[in-house]
Design a protein around this ligand. Sequence first.
Ligand SMILES: Nc1ncnc2c1ncn2[C@@H]1O[C@H](COP(=O)(O)OP(=O)(O)O)[C@@H](O)[C@H]1O
Ligand SMILES: N[C@@H](CC(=O)OP(=O)(O)O)C(=O)O
Length: 557
Amino acid sequence: TPPRLAAPIPPTSAPRAHGGVARAGALGGTRRGRRLAMAAADSARCRAKREGDGDGVIAGVAVHGGTGAEGEDQLSVVMKFGGSSVSSAARMKEVAGLIQAFPEERPVVVLSAMGKTTNLLLLAGEKAVGCGVTRVSEIEEWNMLRDLHIKTVDELGLPRSVIHAKLDELEQLLKGVAMMKELTLRSTDYLVSFGECMSTRVFAAYLNQIGVKARQCDAFDIGFITTDDFGNAEILEATYPAVAKRLHGDWIRDPAIPIVTGFLGKGWKSGAVTTLGRGGSDLTATTIGKALGLREIQVWKDVDGVLTCDPNIYPNARTVPYLTFDEAAELAYFGAQVLHPQSMRPAREGDIPVRVKNSYNPKAPGTLIAKGRDMDKVVLTSIVLKSNVTMLDIVSTRMLGQFGFLAKVFSIFEDLGISVDCVATSEVSISVSLDPSKIWSRELIQQELDHVVEELEKIAFVHLLQQRAIVSLIGNVRKSSLILEKAFHVLRRIGVNVQMISQGASKQVNMSLIVHDSEAKLCVEALHQAFFEGDGDGDGDDRLTAEFDEENLRLEL
Ligand SMILES: Nc1ncnc2c1ncn2[C@@H]1O[C@H](COP(=O)(O)OP(=O)(O)O)[C@@H](O)[C@H]1O
Ligand SMILES: N[C@@H](CC(=O)OP(=O)(O)O)C(=O)O
């Protein structure tokens, strides 16, 4: 029997029909635009109708197992498969099986590069800079990724011509880098784009071979328009109508499953290939979901959904069944690798539910991310750890009673293009944590830090504290005292001193505790046990979403 995707759906008050109408407005005033707008509005009406049908829908969220009321001329869901889901021929066959298991779906498929291809491309590029043209063919990472793609094509029974042109082009590019002895951000983006360009070509060819009509699409050719910030480009508004027009138009003209490259776009000024930041295929998926007003966005990973913490840090992590867009965004922003930090924005704006699923375990219900959920019993949702964080303590007595001091400090960060994560202030000092993880070169990080300290020292005393970690507690704002009380009880028990605290005042809560890197893993383990594993004695008395009540806490303390 095919795996069932539908999970129990949480109550939500989100009305769904108006989202489609708003999207329809965004599709523009041309005749074709109006037709697309009407199609989007129809789709919204279908969704509204399904909400009353009861099958797979509870209180306003459409899910699999619906009536299939959308017209045949509509693409219906996005299915995004990450690198781990398409890391080999066997995995690609499994993914093709998943697509075939839902013949009623008309998915847009988004793929990442196979396995660790992006990392291999980055390393190959770095080595090419220093190795000389004649030695490019000896670069280990280049050989690894070439062999992986050829082996995959062979094992899928495809002709090698599917991949040859791209591999040749890639080798030429590496030789070009070796000749120039430099790799700019722009050429790095072009280099890493080969990963997604190859995986989608291989997979589309395989689907066609097994009789599932598919069409390979390069995101930079179908309307993904971005800023020219190579390595971390932002998707521009014009992308939505352009992508909707292209994908919908192609589908109407000649229905075939689009297999779209994740992670990539086209810089609006340069016209060059850009990338959306590491893990950016999630963002590609949600952008397509919003552009077409689809019913659901599925992101298929190698874990059973969003978990209560990173399973690599603490293997007892549990699946979080439901999340709001805000919780998911906060979690991603504070370092949970499972979702791209920007990816929730289009889903939230389009009000399209996102389902995080495991391609290795499709029967697991996964995590459903939607606009609202019943927060009454929720205390803590997830613990996120961000390591290798730098803290700056900026002290100045001139701050006392002064205005404009904070502005001066932050304008220095702005001028140097440095992003600040957490902030805490007292009368005479500001503590901030900086996130260097988006910058790929280590040398640059140190240079940048030196520079920012130098600038800040012109107006204050500065202490640079490195090897710190942010432990973020994502949970229910209305239970913040309970969360803090319990968290500090745990941290005191294990003898950890918190060096800085920062708490947001938004709908959801993110309490960030800064500790020394060397203690961070221990903190996550102890906090996880206390919040998610019952009474903390590890006896398996698990309460999935840490739905403790105050009474319970009192007993424990
Ligand atoms: N809170 C979390 N929940 C789930 N996975 C997490 C979490 N934090 C970190 N991870 C890691 O994220 C990985 C999945 O994200 P990613 O590697 O980007 O997937 P993909 O490449 O399949 O898109 C998991 O294998 C897991 O190791
Ligand atoms: N391949 C890119 C983009 C991406 O989204 O990958 P994944 O889905 O495997 O995290 C990366 O490694 O960053």
